[in-house]
Ligand binder design. Sequence first.
Ligand SMILES: CSC[C@H]1O[C@@H](n2cnc3c(O)ncnc32)[C@H](O)[C@@H]1O
Ligand SMILES: [Zn+2]
Length: 432
Amino acid sequence: MADIIIKNAYILTMDPDTGDLKNGTVVIEDGRITEIGEKTSESAETVIDAKHSVVMPGLVNTHTHAAMTLFRGYADDLQLSDWLEGHIWPAEARLTAQDVYKGSLLACLEMIRSGTTSFADMYFHMDETAKAVEASGLRASLSHGLIELWNEEKGEADLKEGRRFVRAWQGAANGRIKTMYGPHAPNTCSEEFLAKVREEASRDGAGIHIHVLETEAELLAMKERYGKCSVHLLDDIGFFGPDVLAAHCVWLSDGDIEILRKRGVNVSHNAISNMKLASGIAPVHKMLEKGVNVSLGTDGCASNNNLDLFEEMKTAALLHKVNTFSPTALPARQVLEMGTVNGAKALDPETGMLKVGKKADLIILDMKKPHLTPCFDVPSHLVYSAKGSDVRTTIVNGKVLMDNYRVLVLDEQKVMEEAQKAAAELVSKVNA
Ligand SMILES: CSC[C@H]1O[C@@H](n2cnc3c(O)ncnc32)[C@H](O)[C@@H]1O
Ligand SMILES: [Zn+2]
């Protein structure tokens, strides 16, 4: 007997071999998809009737700082340097482990509700984020943030904690947690430190998550310090490879794009954060054209201000149309690929697609809504009309985390109350 059968659904498989099924069935057993077709002869403990619904792979958020939900709306409408150095870093200096747990749990709740089934995170007190992921049932690739700032002693201490975290949590939560190294950025970590991180990551078989060329200020600082940009510096020290996840990549030259392609680097595009902080527009259409794997991230809630990847998909599609003066740029299917398969390629290629043998990370959207009526084309609706709040069911690793809008794994009221309290106390400490 199977664990779950989802029937009567429009199935957006994201699998180029099969295409979509207009009225299909998905069978799940032991955390994996075991059957996709029109009908099944199987029976299951749980049968979900998905009439008037779309079943699709869960969305993959490839760059966030989950616990920053506590800073949602805390410091808006500022330059990135002022925002980070003048507001966010002073507040983060007062963050406790408990704060990070509460903020991360709130992020997990928001992601479950809005259809994100896995995410990549870089932050502090990461044991707490890992515990929140464990409790919530989500999948995540987590890294302890390393900000060396040319201070050797700090660099050593950060790296020691990063190494401990990588080793302690790799494969935890039944394989749902992966760990990475998280050097903050090439303009906050020295060349020597970045080379050391690369060495450690290779030794541990862990990936690396890093911010790259988010702002023009970073580009200018790198040119002044090294006479070359971040991408060339990282390439020269042998940093890049298919296990590297580079967030932002806004200020790229054509030569940089070629390096990212050649090295198989995964890029996380954060359209809303880049727009809100006025960092610039990443050359996403060019990267995709050249064959770079570009996925989507929200960044933290202090620069977004939510974790809704449906909003992120629509924004990315619109931004690159207006930027290229071409309405054909980033069509709906391609944006859906960025939100699912491309993200999965960066974090866990056994997810991101509805295909027999893949891990069962999937979501069900309710399409019987005024803003989704009529429906001529499902992918178009998912990118241009749907919202995270249209997700009715979220399944990760074959476990139902939200069933028909009811979150089964967390006490929703308590999570919100505790996060609200932690955020208020934190801000009062900062202002004292
Ligand atoms: C090293 S832990 C993560 C660190 O990064 C800060 N952060 C959050 N968003 C951004 C961004 O868009 N660019 C640069 N740094 C960012 C976060 O507040 C933590 O300090
Ligand atoms: Zn970030």
